[in-house]
Design a protein around this ligand. Sequence first.
Ligand code: UD1
Ligand code: MG
Length: 466
Amino acid sequence: MEMCGVGALILAAGKGTRMKGRIPKVLQPLLGEPMLFYVLEAVQKAGIQRVGVVVGHGGDQVALYLREHYPDVAVIWQEEQLGTGHAVQVARPWWSSLDSLLVLCGDTPLVKPALFETFIKTVTQESVASGLVSFTAQDPGGYGRVFCEDNALFVVEHKDATPEQRCCAEVNSGIYFFQSSCLDEALGSLTTANAQGEYYLPDVIGWCSRKGLGARAFFWDSEEDMLGINDPLQLAQAGEIMRRRILERCMLEQGLKCVDMNSLWIGPRVTFGEDVFLDGDVRIFGESSLGGGCTVGKGCIISHSHVGEECRLNPYVVLEESVLEKRAILGPFAYVRGGARIGEEAFVGKFVEIKKSSIGAKSKVPHLSYVGDASVGENTNIGAGCITCNYDGREKHATSIGGNCFIGSDTMLVAPVTVGDNAVTAAGSIITGDIPAGALGIARARQRNIEGWHQRKALQKPKEES
Ligand code: UD1
Ligand code: MG
């Protein structure tokens, strides 16, 4: 559904004191993405294209995140936080050209696009000037209570409520809809004559209702969707709900298979081909994808990586910002990172680290090696314990290894260095110069055997102790 003339304003200027964090509250991560990501996605999935975020506390960091990931989202500064009504007021230049405005908070990451769609549809059909989403809270403490008396709708904040009013379990979610034509005047009517000395946005609802412009409470039957995050405990609770939701979506829509739903953490941007199988304790975050038929062993951690079809990740592989081409095999205990590219049917085995390097198709790095800032051609075998010595203490240097090479075990390749196609290095060599194609590079001391060594030792008299 595309919504013309509707904008969404996300309030995110508050301090979030109870989170006790350095990171601004709306940037606190849930499954590898900031809380704000989920709110923005829900708004955009509901078809709302014009979005603004009110920032204040930690606003520089929030603005930086938005500029990088959501360049079309407007950043509105609220220098002093004088209340939710004030936050909407400072954003007036942004929303004044819109027909209507959805207002919500940046700290409710479990909201669903379907809520926005049906809420906006309802209030527009009824042509009311304002609306809010209400729900029944198990524990209404802290929320504004929603009342409808003598046809007048109004909200009373917890701190302003009488003991009888506090018994009301229907609460304000903090999600509103306003026709912008009357919002200006309504905001102008707000005062700070209340328990918190703030401009309360919910008072706009009461004002519209009193003026006969229409105000609607739209009831949503899920408290879970409305969970507001104020402290680390709620952050973890929301993370758990989101984890389940994402996992169920991946399984039912993309055919993901797993052994243990309790020990998988999948970020919201991860996609799967058919019949990907995940063993337990797997985490996959960021912009990542796994092609059809991949298997991921226990304990693997994947972030910002793309895995081709039918790859196999044995247990305890860490894959970061890298690409695996189809049928590549990794691990157990491999660390592949920093823009590495592992070719088709290539094998990176036990206790191997690959950094910012490409490994050609069908090449193998089976055991205990470090390959960094290197390119390796196709069908090359790198023996156990090889190292590209890429760092001279000041700078990183490149290693180039051709195709069909055989790099003997324990070869040190001191970069910058080039090994041509079909070349071989002798085991234990320290290669400091280029090896031409087809040559054997050997760089080690020649072996010398001293005969009768054991006997000579046995004849020596033990030293007397002084
Ligand atoms: C608000 C509502 C309350 C509702 C509850 C739902 C008011 C007065 N009350 O209370 O009826 O039940 O949300 O969670 O609005 N913010 C700004 N600038 C400000 C103040 C707040 O951007 O000057 C932002 C905060 O960052 C937060 C949101 O607005 O994202 C809500 O503010 P908060 O102070 O948490 O209001 P509540 O007390 O939760
Ligand atoms: Mg709050």
